[in-house]
Design a protein around this ligand. Structure first.
Ligand SMILES: NC(=O)c1ccc[n+]([C@@H]2O[C@H](COP(=O)([O-])OP(=O)(O)OC[C@H]3O[C@@H](n4cnc5c(N)ncnc54)[C@H](OP(=O)(O)O)[C@@H]3O)[C@@H](O)[C@H]2O)c1
Length: 335
């Protein structure tokens, strides 16, 4: 390993609101050697995900909070440079929770091997990774998409939303409409990703535009955002609609309580349902979903974009871009 050391980003203090540089501590430590069952991964890309904001909150959730002083939890992809796991060897490329660091000691059993022959490595953190799986199972299973459905997707230019709209279209949706935060993103969603229409929630009246673009109402609302956008969509549901509660990024940095939907009685009158899910519940089915999505990628029926920032030292500002929206598609750090 020569003179290399491990560059790590640790949680220094719990954030209030959007995390800033003061919440993080950067350090260089010696690279540790794997014990039995472990592998040493040299990370290539770190995934920057909204879920990371939830992991900073000292509250009960589907994973324990990151402790003060701990390396920040993050998914990443990289190459094994030392192995004490019987099924993994030096040179294998893997994806998993490696943390925001240049070198990660990880239990081999917690990693999934990936192949650059299928797609470039970074794709396994985006379209063929956790966000892609979230989009796929959110649309097909939680959203119970049916042929001809009208589908509305919020944060439609993001990692999950951009794929969710395309999964819906490829699986037979009649109409797919996106909501995003700039004209550039709206153009991208329609012209590059093939959505039928897009709404700029920062400059247009969302409720009015949903009515224009979904005149018969919404069958599936794939929500990544919550707040006002969820309320506007709830008021345009069709009978029997499914609201997929994927995320609520507009609420993640709230200093007070999370704001609930005002228009929830629309679920009652429309005999609709709203259901949350966590993508890892579907991990035993990732293989077949990746197979179908890799086929779409090869056929040009699934497009994806990445915003890649160079260097782990940029982590504090790169993380903020999730909340400012200064990126298109999947946000990554190249290590
Ligand atoms: N349930 C699960 O298992 C699961 C798994 C993965 C992700 N998720 C959730 O899915 C959602 C999307 O995740 P992602 O990785 O694809 O992130 P992303 O959409 O790539 O990035 C976040 C985007 O959210 C938009 N945004 C930020 N603040 C906003 C606000 N106040 N109001 C409206 N839009 C706002 C921004 O786009 P604009 O420029 O368009 O505003 C930003 O680019 C998140 O809520 C995440 O927590 C859930």
């Amino acid at each position: 390993m020569g003179t290399e050391s491990n560059f790590q980003v640790r949680l220094a203090a719990r954030p209030e609101g959007v995390p800033t540089r003061q919440n993080w501590e950067m350090s260089q430590t010696e690279i540790a050697w794997p014990s039995d069952g472990e592998v040493l991964v040299k990370t290539a890309f770190i995934s920057i995900d909204p879920a990371m904001r939830g992991w900073l909150r000292d509250a009960k959730s589907y994973l324990p909070p990151v402790a003060i002083g701990e390396v920040m939890r993050a998914s990443g992809v990289g190459t094994i440079i030392a192995s004490k796991h019987p099924d993994l060897k030096e040179g294998d490329q893997v994806v998993g929770h490696v943390g925001v660091q240049s070198h990660a000691l990880v239990q081999g059993a917690a990693l999934r091997t990936v192949s650059e022959e299928v797609a470039p490595l970074s794709t396994f953190l985006g379209a063929l990774g956790m966000p892609g799986m979230t989009a796929y199972f959110g649309v097909t299973d939680v959203g119970a998409l049916e042929i001809g459905d009208t589908v509305l997707v919020s944060a439609a230019a993001g990692a999950v939303g951009s794929i969710a709209g395309q999964v819906a279209r490829n699986r037979g949706a009649g109409r797919v409409v996106g909501i995003a935060g700039s004209d550039e993103k709206c153009r991208h969603v329609v012209e590059s990703l093939g959505f039928d229409a897009a709404i700029n929630y920062k400059t247009e009246s969302v409720g009015k535009k949903i009515e224009d673009h979904c005149p018969a109402g919404i069958d599936v609302f794939f929500d990544n955002v919550g707040g006002d956008i969820l309320d506007d969509a709830l008021s345009c549901l069709r009978q029997g609609a499914r609201v997929v509660l994927c995320g609520a990024i507009s609420q993640y940095n709230n200093l007070g309580n999370v704001r609930g939907p005002k228009n929830y009685l629309s679920l009652l009158v429309n005999r609709a349902r709203m259901q949350g899910f966590i993508v890892s519940d579907y991990s035993d089915q990732y293989g077949s979903a990746v197979g179908e999505m890799a086929g779409w990628l090869a056929e040009g029926r699934l497009r994806h974009r990445e915003t890649t920032v160079q260097g782990l030292e940029t982590f504090p500002e790169t993380f903020q871009r999730l909340f400012s929206g200064e990126k298109i598609g999947k946000l990554l750090i190249r290590v």
